[in-house]
Write a protein that binds this ligand. Structure first.
Ligand code: ADP
Ligand code: MG
Length: 574
């Protein structure tokens, strides 16, 4: 078979350079990434074998194996999962499909120091490529389930890789790392030490639901601390399962440490950071399920891209069924990651069936309510954490005001807004209403591109002069939801850029009215003339009572779209 040589895609090459020069100090995580991929591959194979009787692969002993070879200074992570075809290897391993990568790399280049780079890498996560933090050569041998021939991929991470078709490859994938010699000399990074590997597996991958098997410690391994005890050298090749495989979501809160939750989160989210919040749910009775949900501390790259994923995985009785289960979480909670394990569904359940299943709909409702109530608790109990949440995900959550009428009040209740009341901080609608002036009927807001653009708008003058608080709404989604939310706590939301807005009390109004009539007569000629001259652009020219500094401003009819929305529609070509 000929050996083909390929070049890594530009982005992939840049990323690899960074891995080789290892700017990430916690190198141990490479093993977590390889195990995570192996575990995903096993999930996929089990699922495919459930759906396809003719696959013809043995699924009776699915597991992950880890082998170290001190002499060859290699470490191998093996799985008998789904594997990859020749084209998949080139596509999945040779390129980085994630469209956020370019942005990430740009930021990485601009990062000033090692710790800034480290934080970025942590945010992004580099999966398979993290192998090159510890290896100077990586070999991947794989065979796609159902295919007869396999593929060998090899690279030193320096620009090119080779691909070769091989006749006899075992089912699944094995990744062999030739470890960097300088690491082996450093006890801390000696990945040829079986003891060290066990420790990393226990720390990062204990909950993996597939067995992770290693050869039992034999007497020859000098660095063994004796934790294995038996020291029985008779059968050094005897294997044992290193991880406990405990499904964290099925265990009670006090049995699980925060670190364990964190590692599960990292496995399912492919994030390298700890989650911001962990949410547990256990439902018993006729429809039993357990849920473990996480709110991330950083948004994923694809949060606002088309085809983004919702992060909740569905399990049925501990068996992984699907990623990205849209029947369980609404679009506006797409940042929530986690696992839902239902007891009474069929393993063969499809997305279509899920969408219609009444039990699933009930579960969906309860999960949404739980997430919203957790946010509410966070808001009062941990304002700092809530502030982080709002900064990262507020824009997404507000989309729910447009789609989830049942929970609209709950969403409004956990939303915050910029306001003229406070230069830096945010306010809730409740706080706004509590501060409303005597006689103020409405909640005033204005939408716009930025805080400063709104503040310098002539619409603001009268409100500023009278000391009314105005909400400053600058997210694109604000344009839309304000149209569909009629009120909060009985107070209507009113745009200050639209129509007649009442600012005055009754007596003031009379005075103003009299004054206006007088001036109206005074300026009647001018106004008629201006209305005629400007008839192409405006409906009517009238005197205003609301400007204090600016000579004129354009207002919309009460039912017109706001200026910012008009711009948005225009930008969308409507
Ligand atoms: P991620 O896991 O976040 O998708 P990785 O860089 O870890 O990114 O892996 C890239 C892709 O390569 C995976 O999505 C998967 O399709 C494929 N892959 C990696 N390892 C394996 C494996 N052991 N078996 C099958 N496919 C794999
Ligand atoms: Mg991965």
């Amino acid at each position: 078979m000929p050996i083909e040589t390929f070049e890594f895609q530009v982005e992939a090459r840049q990323l690899l350079q960074m891995m080789i020069h290892s700017i990430y100090s916690n190198k141990d995580v490479f093993l977590r990434e390889l195990i995570s991929n192996a575990s995903d591959a096993l999930d996929k194979l089990r699922l495919e074998s459930l759906r396809n009787d003719e696959l013809g692969e043995d699924v009776s002993d699915l597991h992950i194996g880890i082998e170290v070879d001190k002499e060859q200074r290699t470490l191998t992570v093996r799985d008998n999962g789904i594997g990859m075809s020749h084209d998949e290897v080139v596509q999945l391993i040779g390129t980085i499909a994630n469209s956020g990568t370019a942005k990430f790399l740009k930021e990485l280049k601009e990062a000033k120091d090692a710790s800034a780079s480290e934080e970025l890498i942590g945010q992004f996560g580099v999966g398979f490529y993290s192998s090159f933090m510890v290896a100077d050569e990586v070999t991947l041998l794989t065979r796609r389930a159902g295919e007869s021939r396999g593929t060998r991929w090899e690279s030193s991470g320096e620009g090119t890789y080779t691909v070769e078709t091989v006749d006899d490859a075992p089912q699944g994938t094995s990744v062999t790392l030739r470890l960097k010699p300088e690491d082996i000399e450093d006890k801390l990074f000696d990945y040829t030490s079986a003891w060290k590997i066990r420790e990393i597996v226990k720390r990062y991958s204990d909950f993996i639901t597939w067995p992770i098997k290693m050869a039992k410690e034999s007497a020859e391994s000098t660095e063994s601390t004796g934790e294995d005890g038996d020291g029985n050298g008779d059968s050094p090749r005897e294997v044992e399962t290193v991880n406990s495989m405990k499904a964290l979501w099925a265990r009670s809160r006090d049995e699980v440490t925060d670190d364990e939750y964190s590692e599960l989160y990292k496995h399912i989210s492919h994030d390298w950071n700890d989650p911001l919040e962990t949410i547990r749910m256990q439902a018993e009775g006729t429809f039993e399920y357990q849920a473990l949900l996480f709110i991330p501390s950083h948004p994923p790259q694809d949060l606002f891209m088309q085809g983004h994923k919702r992060g909740v995985q569905l399990y049925v009785k501990r068996v992984f069924i699907m990623d990205d289960c849209e029947a369980l979480m609404p679009e506006y909670l797409r940042f929530v990651k986690g696992v839902v394990d239902a007891q009474d569904l069929s393993l063969n359940v499809s997305r279509e069936i899920l969408q219609q299943d009444r039990q699933i709909q009930l579960m969906h409702r309860r999960l949404v309510k739980k997430v919203l109530s957790t946010l509410k608790d966070m808001m009062s109990g941990n304002p700092e954490r809530y502030a982080t949440f709002w900064k990262e995900f507020g824009r997404v959550l507000k989309e729910g005001l447009l789609s989830d009428f049942e929970n609209r009040d709950a969403i409004l209740g956990v939303s915050s807004f910029a306001s003229t009341q406070d230069k830096e901080g945010l306010t809730t609608l409740r706080q706004y209403v509590d501060r409303m002036k005597e006689g103020q009927q409405h909640i005033f807001y204005m939408t716009g591109e930025s805080r400063s653009a709104i503040e310098s708008s002539p619409h603001m003058e009268a409100f500023q002069a009278k000391g009314f608080e105005v909400l400053l709404l600058t997210d694109p989604v604000d344009e839309v939801w304000v149209q569909s939310v009629p009120e909060f706590d009985g107070k209507q939301l009113r745009s200050i850029a639209k129509g007649e807005v009442d600012l005055d009390t009754e007596e003031e109004k009379k005075e103003v009215e009299a004054e206006r009539e007088k001036r109206q007569q005074e300026f009647a000629g001018l106004l008629t003339w201006m209305t005629k001259e400007l008839s192409e652009s405006v409906k009517e020219v009238r005197l205003s009572s609301r400007l204090t500094v600016s000579p004129a401003c354009i207002v919309g009819d009460t039912h017109d779209v706001t200026p910012a929305l008009e711009n948005m529609y225009r930008a969308m070509g409507q």
